[in-house]
Structures are given as structure tokens and as C-alpha cells.
Design a protein around this ligand. Sequence first.
Ligand SMILES: N[C@@H](CCC(=O)N[C@@H](CS)C(=O)NCC(=O)O)C(=O)O
Length: 188
Amino acid sequence: MAGQSSHSLKLLGMFASPFALRVQLALSFKGLRYEYLEEKDLHNNKGELLLKSNPVHKKVPVLIHDGKPVCESMIIVQYLDEAFAGVGPSLLPSDPHGRAVARFWAAYIDEKLFSSWMTVFRGKTDEEKAEGTRQSFAVAATLEPGGSPARWSAPKGSPSSAATASGTSTSHLEDSSPGCTPSRSCMD
Ligand SMILES: N[C@@H](CCC(=O)N[C@@H](CS)C(=O)NCC(=O)O)C(=O)O
């Protein structure tokens, strides 16, 4: 696919969703123009387009490319790389091992980081919140060079570092960006 000019891209998102942010980063790195559609009341009143586009999970993000929906943030990132291979940089490394490493870290962040991070906001007691903070830092430390002896080497050579593939980074963690707050939880 040579360029974007004849293609329509819409993104259904929600401002506090780290998963939607992952897709926004991917679109931005590739320099793709898109229409952003905010789900205004994701947890109480989902929009018709969301329910029609993602009837299984009913979650954001959903990318709608020329009327066809693509769901799940990491699947969307990989789809963008394939559908717009000729546009902007590659998001994932070209070699299979590098791609496996990027997917590994994205899955690690999805499984480990977001759940402990949520406890920081949603823990019922100060102790629970403190434990969530401790776990979040422990998980983040694993992402840092030298953080863990078991760490895989980071993918190189494109904006597809672990941070890109995951849609987050330690600086994103440290800047106390809103993420999923108790009232706007992404993990319900
Ligand atoms: N695995 C999904 C997770 C998406 C997700 O959890 N989205 C949340 C917002 S952060 C959502 O739409 N929640 C609505 C709900 O659970 O009803 C992805 O990577 O896209």
C-alpha cells in the first residue's frame, strides 16, 4: 500500500485508556492521519459504533479502516504495520526474533504492569495501594536495562522499542499521567 491518501482511518478511544494510547502512538509514529472518536461514557453508555465494531469485547480501542473494524491494541499495531507497510517507519522489527521480543514485552506489560498499576488507584486501603506501587516499580524495573537478569534484549532499530510496542514507557509511568483512574477504570 503506497500511501494513505485514499484511505479512511477512524480510532475509537477513551482519553484515559493506555490501550488506545498505544494505538495513537503507533499512528503518530507512522505519520498516519486519522479521525479520533472519543467514547464519552465507556462504562455506562457505550456508543453504537463501538458496540457494532467490537461486539465481542465492547472495548476501546477499535481502529476502523475503510469501514472495516480492527480490535485489540496490539493486533491494531501489527495491522497498521502490514496495511501501511510503505508509510512511515516500521513499528515492529523486521526479523522474526525481534518481533517475538517486542510482542513478549507488550504482553508482559499488559499482564503485569497494568494490573499492579490499577491497584495503586483502586486499592481499598493505603497498604493495598502501597503494595500496588511497590509491584508497579518492580515490574517497571524489569523493563529497565539491568533491571532483571532474565530480561530479554530490547528490540532495536525502529521506533518499535518495547515502549512503542507496549504503548507505554517508564517516562509515561513516572509523569503521573492520568492513565486509568478509579472513576475511569480500564480494568473493570
Ligand atoms: N486487550 C485490550 C484491552 C482494551 C481495554 O481494556 N479497554 C478498556 C479501556 S482501557 C475498555 O474499553 N473497557 C470497557 C469495558 O470494559 O467495558 C486491548 O489491548 O485493546
